[in-house]
Design a protein around this ligand. Structure first.
Ligand code: FNR
Length: 369
């Protein structure tokens, strides 16, 4: 059957993938309230389109940290992509560069920074998990920089792994024929079977729970790459991120996989945008599945969005072609949304093009009877 929207890839992936892998990709933490809310919240935001504007030419291009990209739709880091498809991160990297957009490579990728760089040109960011052993971190950051990665996305919402009950039930573990390629040779590339989620045990053993703002400073001292802080959802932390030298903020709840009952990212976005006061760009990930979602995020002040699950699901279904198609469908839907809203460039998308539940009721013209 022909795939006509991004969401349809999920069912195909479910058919194709082993249960343990599909559940790892799909699930959220605990009650998965935030997982549903990441989607539901978009559906409560409505449009206020403008009409009779010449929309024969539409420009979707934008600049992120000084890098020109074809559209404000980018790829979030998702771990272990070779579980979805043998080409894994290679396929994602190729699809992203074909679409003229940015791929973020996970620390826990099943392909190394060097391998991904070898797929050819492309603007790539590297997502960082900070290990207890800071030599490991420093080495990895240097390797990413040398391999041509342009920024670090520092994930700050994972001092411990969220409780993903499907992974506990399935005793999730990285299949033995794969490794966390960036850590191969450092004796940290394998994941041991555990009595619950193998990943949760790996995180408990290796990831540094003491991580704090001073480490953001430390990171700046070991790299010249700009640092995006990924996982901010409050105004307070936005101000701290700016004070501590972040080059940008990614409003993210980790695809609802960490703390359950945090708001959807689209609900948290405007608070962060206001606190950032234009000092750094603000991005969003979480639940983006339609071009209309992209538009809503931009109308609320995001400079761009990232997609997570649509990449692994389309990868599972069709490899590189699937990821290309996801990017293309989102692009086309977003372009259509702009046209039907009367916007010809990203800067023409304004807060007045949408209405939210938290807007003050508009004063309607009094009916003259
Ligand atoms: C993730 N995410 C993630 N984030 C991160 O910083 N490092 C990582 O290694 C991973 N790995 C990962 C694996 C899988 C299977 C998922 C679904 C998510 C979170 C990811 O970057 C992003 O925040 C969310 O996926 C965005 O939400 P959607 O688009 O999946 O709804």
């Amino acid at each position: 059957m022909e795939v006509t929207n991004v969401t349809e890839y999920q069912a195909i992936a479910k058919e194709k993938l082993p249960k343990m892998v599909y559940d790892y990709y799909a699930s959220g933490a605990e009650d998965q309230w935030t997982l549903a809310e990441n989607r539901n919240a978009f559906s409560r935001i409505l449009f206020r389109p403008r009409i009779l504007i010449d929309v024969s030419k539409i420009d979707l291009s934008t600049t992120v940290l000084g890098f020109k990209i074809s559209m404000p739709i980018m790829i979030a880091p998702t771990a272990m992509q070779k579980m979805a498809h043998p080409e894994g991160e290679y396929a994602t990297a190729r699809a992203a560069s074909a679409a003229g957009t940015i791929m973020t490579l996970s620390s826990w990728a099943t392909s190394s920074v060097e391998e991904v760089a070898s797929t050819g040109p492309g603007i790539r960011f590297f997502q960082l998990y900070v290990y207890k052993d800071r030599n490991v971190v420093a080495q990895l950051v240097r390797r990413a920089e040398r391999a041509g990665f342009k920024a670090i996305a520092l994930t700050v919402d994972t001092p411990r792994l969220g409780r993903r009950e499907a992974d506990i039930k399935n005793r999730f573990v990285l299949p033995p024929f794969l490794t966390l390629k960036n850590f191969e040779g450092l004796d940290l590339g394998k994941m041991d079977q555990a009595n619950d989620s193998g990943l949760a045990s790996y995180v408990a053993g290796q990831i540094d729970r003491t991580l704090s703002w001073k480490d953001v400073k430390w990171l700046q001292s070991i790299t010249s790459m700009p640092i995006l802080v990924k996982g901010v959802i409050t105004a307070e932390d936005t101000r701290l991120a700016v004070q501590n030298g972040a080059a940008g903020i990614i409003v993210s709840n980790h695809g609802a996989r960490q703390l359950d009952y945090v708001p959807s990212t689209i609900m948290a976005l405007e608070e962060v945008v206001k606190a950032a006061q234009g000092r750094v760009p603000v991005f969003l990930d979480g639940g983006v599945r339609r071009g209309t979602d992209v538009f809503k995020a931009l109308a609320l002040g995001a400079s761009g969005i990232f997609i997570g699950r649509p990449v692994v699901f389309s990868l599972a279904a069709e490899g590189e072609a699937g990821v290309r198609k996801v990017l293309q469908m989102l692009r086309e839907e977003f372009e259509l949304t702009m046209a039907l809203s009367g916007c010809r460039s990203l800067k023409e998308i304004t807060r007045d093009h949408i209405m939210t539940e938290w807007d003050a009721p508009r004063t309607l013209p009094t009916a003259r009877l």
